[in-house]
Each structure stands twice: as C-alpha cells, then as structure tokens.
Design a binder for this molecule. Structure first.
Ligand code: ARG
Length: 461
C-alpha cells in the first residue's frame, strides 16, 4: 500500500506504507494540537501584517483555526490514516474547511521551527502541572511532619541503626529534594524562553515578519538568536528528562524507605488500603505495589533520558528526523510523573504511623555517642572518649547486656560523674533535644523547619 503526502510534489512514487508508519509521529504528537493552532494563528497575523495574506484570507484562516481548535477540544477532530504529524493534519483540515487560503499559512515557516515552538509552548503548561503536583506532595510531607511531631524513631546510616531522630525530621528530609526539583524545572523553563518560530527550515525566514513581536505574542522572552541552533536545540527535552529522572529517583528513594518501614520487621507505618494490593494466593498479604512501581518507574525514566541522549549524540547540524524521538520520551516521562506524584501524595496523606513500633527501634547502644559527648564536656578529647565508650559497648555485647545494665562501679572507672548521669544520657528524647542546631532533629529545630518548608512551598526559585 502507498500513501499521498502534503509534500509529495517532487516525488514520482508514493511512500511505502511501512516507511510512512516509521516516519509518522501523529500517534504521539497529537497532544501538541492546541499549541500548534495557537502558534499558527500568531504566525498568520504576521503574514497578514506583511501583506502575504489579504485581510480576507487572514480572516478565513483565523475562523478555520478557531473551528479546528473547537474540534480538538471537543475531541471530534478526525485523524486520517495518512496524517503524518500534528502539523500536517491541522493544515489538511484547514484546507478542507477554507480551501486555497490554507495553502498560504506555511509561507516562511517550516515544521522544523514549528514543532519546537509547539513543544516549548506545551512544556510551559506541562511544567506548571508537574510543579503543582510536586507542591501537593511537599504539602503532604509538611502535613506528616506536623501530624507526627513527637514520634521518635531510629535514624539509619548504611541501613544500620544510628541515632534517634524525630520522625518529622525524616519526613522533611524528603521535602528538600523536591524543592530542588522545582528550582530545576524553573531553570529549564527560563532557558526554554526563546521562540524558535521564524527560524524556518534552518537558515532563517526570508520574509520581513517581526520575530520580536511574534515572540511577545506567544509569550516568549525573545526570539531565538540563531536559526540553525533553534531548529536543532533539544536541550529543553533532554533537561526535562534529566529533571524527571532525578525527581523519580527522589520518589523512588522515599518509596524504598516506606516499603521497608511498612514491613513486619520494621512496622513503623501501615500503608493505606487504597494504595496497596492483595495477593491472589496468600490472604494475609498487603503488598506495596504502588511504591514498588514508583521505584521501577525511576529506572524507566532514567532509560528515557539515556535513550534520548543517545539519540542526540553525533547528530549533524540543524534538524534531523532523529529529533522527532524527543516527544515519545518527554511525553512518557511526563505521563509517569502525573501518576506517580499524586499517588505518593495519597499514600503520605493516608498512611498510619505506629509510634510505639517506631520508638522501639531505638536501643541504648544507639546512645553511645551521648556518653562520648558527655565525656568531652568533662574535658576528655573526643577520640579518647570514643575509644572508652567503644570498649564499654564491646563489653556489653560480650556479656549480652545493655548499656543501661552496666554497673555503677564500671561506669565510675570511666568518669566519676558517669553513674549519676547515665540514665539521662540514655534517654533518646534528651539525645534528640540536644541536637538543637539549625537543621538538627530537636523539636524546636524541626518546628523551624516546618515553618521554613511552608515558605518554600509557595516559592519555586
Ligand atoms: N514530526 C516532526 C518532528 O516531530 C516535525 C518536523 C518534521 N520536519 C521535517 N523536516 N521532516 O520532529
């Protein structure tokens, strides 16, 4: 089977149907439709300004484009099997609606500058949507930090029990990576604020349109300064994929901890029924599938990034069809984010915290640093204090006793004041409250962090 094309003039035979299938991007670029119409409408205004379109032709084009916009919005636009991409489909429809004047719309532009203009317009809305979803997730973390204030839990390094912390402090530790993600997104938009339209195929537009006015109409800060760069630049796509990768990595790390903390072995939290699944064979099971998929999607998103970077490397100058692969990658990453972010938000809002199990993860050994710090305050060098306490811990392990059970005489050997203070030193709440530095885990410090997080919530940069 063969297919007819809008650009078919210089071809003596039609495109092979499988080749056309490979070439077509309509299956994934249709989501640019409303942006394409918007950009076309601004372009038509410029063509009218310079007399390429008569007032009458311009009006017909505008009416036609408006009608197509309605069809796109209502979902009644009928795609045809030989529509190659969003741009040609819309031009084809415009011709059906208004006839010959439609053929003038493509004067002075190319799909090369058109597609990137559409994409950047899409990116702004997409970024706003993602940013709002990240904000909701951040708000859920603040909610947890407030709701769980007072819950103490073991903090881990190397996944080994390390020092007691407030659970709220831990929740907030997942707030800041998201804040950096939002800053990153804002930077991507700032870089993507140059309008490619009017670069034409590669060499620039030969008609005296005003690109500065056009950029302003389309809401860009300026027209792109070099036409060759403008049609080949896919930094916004690659950056968005990197942004999405890092964001999904942040989500994945949170997911991994939540999976661990919800196991019977840890038992700090219970995941909400609405965000878990059962087993088809084991009736007792409640599986953290959504968190596992969050973890997995980070891998898939990284794959989209590395795949697209592979597409970009070695591309010769200006536009090459390889660049069409930007859209499936970016749109897939966007689709992943628009599901993962609200799901994680729902999980955080609805999970239950088992504060007793959380507190039970703290044992006296984890307070060994407190004893060393006490000795430092008595004038011992920290290294010496560390060794003395290390020896004490080893003795306890050998004897199968806890630090709480060490005899007063043994403690007095280390320092005469130790027997009198040991119980206060081994109280995890005291250890937590001692860490009252800005950024530390004490209640006051965490309250300040909550306050600060609320302020960061509204700001993106
Ligand atoms: N569908 C194409 C893309 O997404 C539009 C640009 C086509 N340009 C061309 N010279 N064939 O990149």
């Amino acid at each position: 089977m063969t297919v007819t094309k809008l650009w078919g003039g210089r071809f003596s035979s039609q495109t092979d149907s499988l080749a056309a299938q490979l070439n077509a991007s309509i299956a994934f670029d249709w989501r640019l439709a409303s942006y394409d119409i918007h950009a076309s409408s601004a372009w038509a205004e410029e063509l009218a300004e310079i007399g390429i379109l008569t007032a009458e032709e311009h009006e017909k084009i505008q009416i036609g484009l408006e009608q197509i916009m309605v069809e796109v919005e209502k979902g009644t636009f009928r795609l045809q099997s030989d529509d190659e991409d969003v741009h040609t489909a819309i031009e084809r429809r415009l011709f059906e609606l208004i006839g010959d004047p439609a053929g003038k719309l493509h004067t002075g532009r190319s799909r090369n500058d058109q597609v990137m203009t559409d994409f950047l317009l899409w990116l702004r809305d997409a970024a706003d949507e993602v940013d709002a979803s990240i904000q909701n997730l951040q708000a859920a973390l603040i909610y947890r930090a407030e709701a769980d204030l007072g819950v103490i839990v073991s903090g881990y390094t190397h996944l080994q029990r390390a020092q007691p912390i407030l659970l709220s402090h831990w929740w907030l530790s997942h707030f800041h990576p998201l804040y950096r993600d939002r800053q990153h997104l804002a930077f991507i938009l700032e870089q993507a604020n140059q309008m490619p339209l009017g670069s034409s195929a590669l060499a620039g537009c030969p008609y005296p349109i005003n690109r500065f006015r056009l950029a302003q109409k389309l809401g860009f800060a300026a027209p792109s300064p070099n036409s060759l760069d403008a049609v080949s630049n896919r930094d916004a796509a690659a950056s968005f994929l990197f942004f999405a990768s890092l964001l999904t990595i942040h989500l994945s790390r949170l997911a991994e901890s939540l999976i661990l903390y919800s196991t019977s072995e840890f038992g700090f939290i219970e995941l909400p029924d609405a965000y878990t699944t059962g087993s088809s064979i084991m009736p007792q099971k409640k599986n953290p599938d959504m968190l596992e998929l969050t973890r997995a999607k980070a891998g898939s998103t990284i794959g989209l990034l590395t795949g697209f970077l592979g597409v970009l490397k070695n591309l010769p100058s200006a536009y090459d069809k390889d660049l069409q692969e930007d859209k499936p990658a970016v749109f897939s990453a966007f689709d992943i984010l628009t599901v993962l972010l609200p799901v994680m938000t729902g999980i955080l809002q609805n999970l239950k915290v088992h504060s007793q199990r959380a507190a039970a993860s703290i044992d006296a050994t984890m307070l060994a640093t407190e004893i060393a710090d006490f000795l430092v305050l008595q004038g011992l060098p920290f290294r010496k204090a560390h060794r003395l306490v290390g020896e004490l811990v080893r003795e306890c392990l050998d004897q199968g006793i806890s630090l709480v059970q060490v005899s007063s005489s043994r403690l007095a050997e280390i320092h005469p004041q130790l027997p009198g203070t040991i119980s206060a030193l081994l109280d995890p709440r005291n250890a937590i409250e001692r860490r009252s530095q800005f950024g530390g885990t004490s209640t006051d410090s965490v309250k300040i962090q909550i306050q600060q997080a609320r302020e960061f919530l509204v700001r993106r940069t």
